[in-house]
Design a binder for this molecule. Structure first.
Ligand code: ADP
Ligand code: C5P
Ligand code: MG
Length: 200
């Protein structure tokens, strides 16, 4: 399903924002977009969009995976991301919540583009649980409930954290503690970007 790499890679930058569920990936990305003009893509948001698209052949599969805290097969997610990148006028992308599993990391970097920088937001399950239960009061998400959250933690530990470990060898990973306030966390994230990218 994944197409051949067809992006002009010379002038294109992709950064991955990784971290457990509720670590604050989306929140930090919104701030980076303002300061550095990246286009932000949340893999989870793209999957939810596809799940709701009338006629999607993946709707049910995606819904089941999200409800069970499981990972949607890579081809589906990579195709959605690649399509968004191709359609965009920008050449700077922040991708959050992806890669979630080693095969996604390997396939994306081989078939689409290699990442420049990876931020890993490090957070305890206790703090993430608290944030997600609070978010669940208003998010309407089918996975922001305690039962699914615990499954998501398990998936993160077993399948997603090894992606961070994999990338550590490349020297591209910056680990950022993220249990403090949004502003305090951003004060750690921003300088990492400022060193590599011009501000708007
Ligand atoms: P993720 O995208 O990693 O799942 P979000 O950015 O959606 O996480 O954040 C999860 C919840 O926690 C949201 O309700 C958000 O407002 C809140 N949040 C994010 N960062 C912080 C922080 N540093 N301190 C307190 N709450 C936060
Ligand atoms: O990142 P977010 O919390 O929005 O992801 C919600 C759910 O979407 C995940 O628990 C998982 O079921 C699915 N997902 C996935 N593969 C990704 C990102 C998200 O399967 N790369
Ligand atoms: Mg998110």
């Amino acid at each position: 399903m994944t197409s051949e790499a067809k992006l002009s890679k010379d002038d294109m930058t992709v950064c991955f924002i990784l971290g457990g569920p509720g670590s604050g990936k989306g929140t930090q990305c919104a701030k980076l977009v303002q300061d550095f003009g990246f286009v932000h893509m949340s893999a989870g948001d793209l999957l939810r969009e596809e799940q709701q698209r009338p006629g999607s052949e993946y709707g049910e599969l995606i819904q089941n995976c999200i409800k069970e805290g499981k990972i949607v097969p890579s081809e589906v997610t990579i195709t959605l991301l690649e399509k968004k990148i191709i359609e965009s006028d920008s050449n700077r992308f922040l991708i959050d919540g992806f890669p979630r599993q080693l095969d996604q990391a390997l396939a994306f970097e081989k078939e689409v583009i290699e990442s420049t920088l990876i931020i890993y937001l490090e957070c305890s399950e206790e703090v993430m649980l608290k944030r997600l239960l609070k978010r669940g009061e208003t998010s309407g998400r089918i996975d922001d409930n305690k039962e699914t959250i615990l499954k998501r933690f398990k998936t993160f530990l077993e399948l997603s954290y090894p992606v961070v470990e994999h990338f550590r060898k490349s020297g591209k990973v910056h680990t950022v503690p993220c249990e403090d306030s949004v502003e305090e966390v951003y004060a750690r994230v921003k300088p990492i970007f400022a060193e590599l990218f011009k501000q708007k």
